[in-house]
Design a protein around this ligand. Structure first.
Ligand code: 13P
Ligand code: SF4
Length: 363
């Protein structure tokens, strides 16, 4: 396995700054009446601008509700990409992080794509600079390049395939069956999981998610003792020792589905805590507990909170619709090349996951 030193030194500083922004967003100082007025104003602007709001499960629940109420969509990153692509709105507003906005623009160049917060990044994307990644690919010319959706447009442009966590196993199986060897980036934990489950021949970039890497296996074992009837649901960006304790491993949509379908009444959940909003809707009456990030070796920088997802809020959304700020623009040559690897994923999903998707409601 190839190891690449790739986390920029300034990463921690930027995470701290994002956390400050996120805290500000959480404390959006609005009275209930002012909030209602703001929501009504946003709904009017969405209608007038033929705009649709697409939100990830990790963003503030008020934004998730607004997406649902206005014919938009709340989902995982694969279905967000498909929704923006298949919907006929002229403007797609993305409540999530930057790679999600870029993905929408790559697939829909003729649409206006706006990000609620342009500084909403992702540690996986930040830890995989395009020039270093390209050099890594050059050193492994015999491998099929598969990148996680949590990357920049320039990294996607260098890839043969883009995958999300909900489709990664199927794509790796497909490539392995064709005898192809894989170069994988950037998440080393998701990569290790895919390798373990499929037996694929993979070399890996060594990136990680600052939220999921903090879940702790020892503390999770203790928690399981306290909730002996609970099922453990884990996102595959988590460390292998945490994945080993899971009853189900899956993308955000797959975790929500598991909570709805499994018989257990209590779930310990190792992913970002914004997901609890939709889990409670999907499985009312069941109990959800965040998996531990503290305990032995715990640093708890994020505590199940993605600092960038939490930068998205109602005021920023209103401002973006008012001013047209935060439009996603991508160099056309990069976009065209990234479109090839992304469309490969979308077409594969159409064949192997579901041929069509609903254009309203939840994934
Ligand atoms: P999903 O594709 O499972 O929604 O994951 C996106 C993400 O950023 C997880 O941290
Ligand atoms: Fe990136 Fe992790 Fe945040 Fe997901 S939770 S957007 S992988 S930093």
């Amino acid at each position: 396995m190839t190891t690449v030193e790739n986390i920029p030194e300034q990463l921690q500083e930027r995470i701290d700054m994002a956390a400050l922004g996120a805290r500000a967003a959480e404390h959006e100082a609005l009275t209930p009446a002012a909030r209602e007025e703001l929501i009504a104003h946003i709904k009017r602007m969405l209608r007038e601008q033929n705009a649709v709001l697409v939100a990830h499960y990790y963003v503030d629940e008020k934004l998730q509700d607004l997406a649902d109420q206005t014919g938009g969509f709340v989902s995982d990153s694969l279905e967000m990409a498909r929704f923006g692509y298949e919907h006929d709105a002229g403007t797609v507003v993305v409540a999530g992080v930057r790679f999600m906005g870029e993905t929408a623009k790559i697939l829909s160049p003729d649409k206006r794509v706006l990000l609620v917060e342009k500084n909403a990044e992702c540690s996986l994307d930040m830890g995989c600079p395009a020039d270093e990644f390209s050099a890594f690919c050059d050193r492994n010319p015999d491998r099929t390049v598969v990148v996680y959706a949590n990357t920049s447009a320039a990294v996607k442009a260098r890839a043969d395939w883009v995958v999300t966590s909900s489709i990664a196993l199927k794509v790796a199986e497909h490539l392995t069956a064709r005898g192809e060897k894989i170069l994988w980036a950037p998440d080393r934990f998701l990569g290790a999981y895919v390798q373990r489950m499929t037996g694929a021949d993979m070399v890996m970039w060594q990136g990680s998610c600052v939220v999921h890497e903090e879940f702790k296996a020892d503390a999770l074992r203790d928690m399981k003792r306290r909730y002996p009837q609970a099922a453990v649901l884990v996102h595959p960006e988590s460390p292998p020792s945490v994945i080993d304790l899971a009853d189900r491993v899956g993308s955000t949509s797959q975790i929500i589905k598991a909570a709805r379908e499994m018989d257990q009444e209590t779930f310990i959940v190792a992913t970002e805590d914004g997901i609890f909003h939709k889990m409670r809707e999907a499985a009312p009456g069941k109990t959800f507990v965040l998996a531990p990030t503290a305990g032995a070796g715990g640093s708890c920088k994020s505590c199940g909170h993605c600092p960038w997802m939490k930068m998205n809020d109602l005021s920023r959304l209103a401002k973006v619709l008012q001013t047209g700020a935060n439009e996603v623009l991508i160099d056309e040559d990069i976009r065209r090349r990234a479109e090839v690897s992304l469309k490969r994923m979308v077409e594969f999903a159409r064949k192997h996951i579901s041929p069509t998707m609903k254009l309203t409601g939840n994934a």
